[in-house]
Design a protein. Sequence first.
Length: 280
Amino acid sequence: MDKEIINLFIKNAIAEDLGDGDHTTLSTIPAQAQGKAKLLIKEDGVLAGIALAQEIFNHIDPLLKITVFLNDGAIVKHGNIAFTVEGSVHSILLAERLVLNCMQRMSGIATTTHRIVTLLEPYKTQVLDTRKTTPGLRYLEKWAVKIGGGVNHRIGLYDMILIKDNHVDYAGGIANAINAANDYLQKTGKKLEIEVEVRNLEELNQVLDTGKINRIMLDNFNFNDLKTAVKVIDHRYATEASGGIVEENVTEYAACGVDHISMGALTHSVKSLDMSLKAF
């Protein structure tokens, strides 16, 4: 956990929600009121966001007492209680929606990722996330992918050179883009891997002729061309399939022999896991 990122996220999220005060709680609950609440799981899945919830409660009120029964990565069932929290009712109510929003979203991603990882168990293929994340929530969403058993691809624009179709077109061709990227690394002294996206077998051959890269992304290939590409690459570079890959067809892509499958669907369109924070 990157505490700096998490603390900034919590601070901004609370400010967005609180404004000049929680007037409902201020007007209905005595300031000194004490109480308890439980995090109730209402849908089967994989739990994620427990560690984050603890940080949120602690940020809002260090005097809150959290008792954790289920940790991140746990397989949960309807009716399970993940944790209880005890202390100031005002503090619990302030934390409630932020905790739930984060945990429901993260648990939905972890659940989806876990299903994909389970499907891929017969193969040697890893599932990767993408940059198709919610602005401001990327760290949490990629954290949830890891909890679900997936692998984080690049975190942002800064930790890998990924030459995609627009880069190729703007650079005037694949060879130009690859050579320019290598020159850039040499001049700057940066130690970054280079991945190149190809759209067809012709572009793949251009990459193989040029070399000087680490991974090849085979984007929107049909299954026959994907199998051909994997055979032609012959383990010289890591391979990654991408484009239109969903849970229903992921095993067909894995069966083509690629090393990695990247899926925007892990983060951009998952269903949140149902849960609630209930007073008791």
